[in-house]
Design a protein. Structure first.
Length: 394
């Protein structure tokens, strides 16, 4: 999934005819000053551009009523980590600041399009409770949310757009404007092969306009080959460097917040392994499915990635070899260790069973590596959690 920044998404929306607040990137105090003039000199909003929501509550969206206030807000955010409920405890460093005209808001709505995996087609999700966390709203007040499937051949019907407008209690020009925006939003969603296009909030201003106040676009990785516009908007600062490196080696890797590194074959087994680590009272540092056709070179890169990750205090290798061969995993481990100082940098528990298991286990033993062997997943998870705790105490 590739995400782009709010200000970039708004540019794409504006190109499609959807109203967004006027705004500009502000690189320094002088840019804030000229922007302040250009935006009318009354009320501006300084917005931290990071690929995570919840910025408002975290202080990343600031309404400013004077130039000095706007400059102070921009400088307070710039270069600092912003911690929201979506960023994880370390937060994201704010590198880009966007400044917008402040609007006078009458009502805030939630409007998004996403790919409904169960129905196998896009769906609108709409609610009159805008600006709220939609997952939370779905749990506490599902009746406040309307979902409308869109058949991709038929497109967004006038009926479904109107139904959403009525659901929001809109009338007159605002109703018409909403229907038009929702239809245009669907066009943008399809044009960019989006998985999610979310306006939270879409607002009705006190002077009667429907404006996208916040915008988020996520595009399916599998479509990027035909989405040059989106590819050009990629911001690698927002991507986890570990995930980027793993992707370059064709590894299916997702960075997480725990301290137990995982190397597993098969997505299901990887999920089960993570659950088991959790059950034993620790947290996984990553999801890693090395896949079936993995090479020793890719396994070597995977181990190098885990060894280099200062967050990783122990590694659980859980290989149930079918197509993947245990000797290939062993070879990758030996190569990665040889790339370092010849020792395991952290405790490693190995469950290495299935195709060529004797060979794989023999290779590790003969190399003199002090791995902790385990026969089943339960024991393996217990062992790595204990080993990490013991290492912490020592
Ligand atoms: P998020 O917290 O990351 O989702 O950031 P948003 O862009 O959604 O902003 C959070 C909240 O700030 C919105 O729900 C609005 O209530 C408020 N806000 C943002 N821009 C404006 C504006 O121009 N005028 C007013 N009055 N409020 C705004
Ligand atoms: Mn928002």
């Amino acid at each position: 999934m590739l995400n782009i920044h709010e200000y970039q998404t708004k540019q794409l929306l504006a190109q499609a005819g959807i109203a967004v607040p006027r705004g500009m990137l502000v690189e320094d105090a002088a840019a804030v000053a000229s922007g302040w003039q250009a935006l009318g000199g009354e009320l501006v909003v300084i917005k931290a551009q990071i690929h995570a929501g919840g910025r408002g509550k975290a202080g990343g969206v600031r309404l400013c009523r004077s130039l000095a206030e706007a400059q102070a807000a921009a400088e307070a955010l710039r270069g600092q980590p912003l911690i929201t409920h979506q960023t994880g405890p370390r937060g994201r460093v704010v590198r880009t600041i966007y400044m917008e005209e402040g609007l006078s808001i009458a009502r805030e709505f939630y409007l998004s399009l996403l790919m409904d995996r169960d129905a196998g087609m896009p769906a609108f999700v709409v609610s009159a409770a805008g600006g709220m966390d939609i997952e939370q709203l779905a749990e506490t007040s599902p009746e406040k949310i309307l979902t409308m499937l869109v058949h991709p051949v038929a497109g967004a019907s006038a009926y479904s757009l109107r139904r959403m407008g009525f659901f929001l209690g809109l009338e007159g020009d605002a109703f018409k404007a909403f229907c038009r925006v929702a239809g245009q939003l669907y066009e943008v969603f399809m044009q960019y092969d989006a998985s999610l296009l979310e306006l939270n909030p879409l607002v009705l201003t006190t002077d009667g306009n429907i404006v996208a106040l916040d915008a988020k676009l996520s595009v399916d990785d599998n479509a990027l080959y035909r989405q040059p516009t989106i590819r050009a908007l990629r911001d690698i600062n927002e991507e986890d460097p570990r995930e980027r490196e793993a992707a370059e080696h064709g590894l299916n890797y997702i960075a997480l917040d725990g301290n137990i590194g995982c190397m597993v074959n098969g997505a299901g087994l990887a999920m089960a392994t993570m659950d088991m680590i959790h059950l034993k009272g620790a947290e996984p540092a990553n999801f890693l499915d090395v896949g079936g056709g993995v090479t020793a070179a890719a396994v070597r890169e995977a181990f190098r990635l885990l060894f280099a990750d200062t967050q990783v205090q122990g590694i659980l290798v859980n290989i149930f070899g079918g197509i993947v061969r245990c000797d290939i995993i062993a070879q990758g481990l030996l190569d990665a260790v040889a790339d370092g100082d010849g020792h395991l940098p952290v405790p490693v528990v190995m469950r290495l069973v299935g195709t060529h298991e004797e060979e794989g286990q023999r290779m590790v033993r003969e190399a003199g590596l002090k791995v902790i062997w385990a026969h089943d997943l339960d024991a393996a998870a217990s062992s790595i959690v204990e080993a990490v705790r013991a290492a912490e105490v020592a």
